[in-house]
Design a protein around this ligand. Structure first.
Ligand SMILES: [Zn+2]
Length: 376
């Protein structure tokens, strides 16, 4: 004979380990669960780190017209570049980064044309850490110059063959020259996560002392994970006072999470491209990053960017590189707000869609769709 189960309130389960109420209280943000993400009072977002670092205080440097030009199928002519630059500006990104004018005569002319558009976004160009490139860049009319050089032992040995002393000396020369022209200047290492940390921090400290506007960290090969990104940015934040930009490749699918963690750790500028296009499988996608930051702080992101323009911007770039955005794309994918009715006795999405949505589709000009599954 089996004994009958005791009623649930009679069950006594011995508990080992810490008291969970005390553990939660020690976290310091109460224990209210997040119930309506896109309409909630941010004060109630108990597990959101929107108050940490710069999650609600950042700038986007969109590099569709630089990193994006390295995408396997990207061949932008001047008119296409102008259309993309205007659309990025209308969306509201703070910076637009262009291919180095030293790369070709066409790149130099395109750079000048885009500078003449009078956009609200600041126009940057991305050059090697070399005086020849810097001289060409400052004459194009750009607002700022993004300088990059490889600092990892791999790049020191197999790419440019220069040591850290040489890199530091050249960096100082280029930074002082660009600053003397009254332009904004960023100095970035390349392959930062495989660079010697002492070398990296020393060179950043040096360029910070001579007044660089930003230093950049680049996960050039897409090898970093969120914890590594957090730790490197946090460490850097502790030794320099200028802004910190981060450029994250997406080889292992970490680029958005890494960007978010970089902001939590104190980064100020995030590189993106529309649809994430770039070298190999690209970098942090603009739409995914904006969606992620919207989930943390909807009002801040809605005020900052023209969110309903996102789909038009993505369509423009998708057409230019002859790809189709995947249906499950963040925010703008054709099934991003499709709910399937029929799996619940009372489809909750009909009475309160927020139950299954972190993003309000209307804020992005999108429409929710309820799909019914025929009875079998
Ligand atoms: Zn890159």
């Amino acid at each position: 004979m089996f004994a009958p189960h005791p009623p649930p309130d009679m069950v006594q389960v011995p508990i080992d380990g810490p008291d969970v109420t005390e553990v939660v209280a020690s976290l310091g943000f109460g224990h209210t669960l997040q119930r309506r993400p896109f309409s909630a009072d941010p004060e109630r977002l108990s597990f959101s780190s929107y108050k940490q670092g710069n999650v609600a205080n950042f700038s986007i440097i969109d590099s569709t017209l630089r990193e994006g030009e390295q995408f396997a199928n990207a061949f932008f002519d001047t008119q296409t570049k102008i259309r993309i630059a205007k659309a990025l500006d209308a969306f509201g990104v703070e910076y637009i980064e262009l291919t180095s004018p030293a790369a070709s005569e066409q790149s130099r002319r395109d750079c000048e044309e885009i500078c003449k558009l009078g956009l609200n976004a600041k126009v940057l160009t991305h050059i090697r850490c070399h005086m020849d490139d810097a001289r060409i860049a400052v004459d194009t009319g750009v607002d700022g110059v993004n300088v990059v050089i490889g600092t990892s032992s791999f790049l020191q040995e197999f790419s440019h063959g220069k040591d850290i002393a040489y890199i530091t000396k050249t960096a100082i020369e280029v930074i002082e020259f660009v600053k003397s022209k009254g332009l904004e200047i960023r100095f970035s290492s390349e392959d930062s996560f495989r660079s010697d940390l002492v070398d990296l921090l020393s060179i950043y400290q040096t360029v910070d002392r001579i007044g660089v506007n930003r230093v950049g960290i680049a996960d050039t090969i897409g090898c970093a994970n969120p914890r590594q990104v957090y730790e490197l940015v946090r460490t850097l934040r502790g030794v320099i006072s200028c802004d910190i930009e981060i450029h994250l490749h997406n080889d292992t699918g970490m680029a958005i999470a890494n960007a978010y963690c970089a902001l939590e750790a104190g980064a100020t500028h995030i590189d993106t491209t529309v649809l994430g296009i770039g070298e190999r499988n690209g970098i942090t996608p603009l739409g995914g990053l904006v969606g992620c930051l919207y989930a943390a702080n909807p009002e801040y992101v809605k005020d900052k960017y023209n969110l309903p323009m996102l789909r038009e911007l993505e369509d423009l770039v998708a057409q230019a590189v002859e790809v189709k955005a995947p249906p499950m794309n963040y925010i703008t994918g054709s099934c991003a707000f499709t709910h399937t009715a029929g799996f619940y006795p009372h489809p909750p999405t009909l009475s309160n869609p927020a139950i299954f949505e972190v993003v309000n589709p209307e804020d992005f000009g999108m429409t929710r769709r309820i799909r019914s599954v025929p009875a079998v």
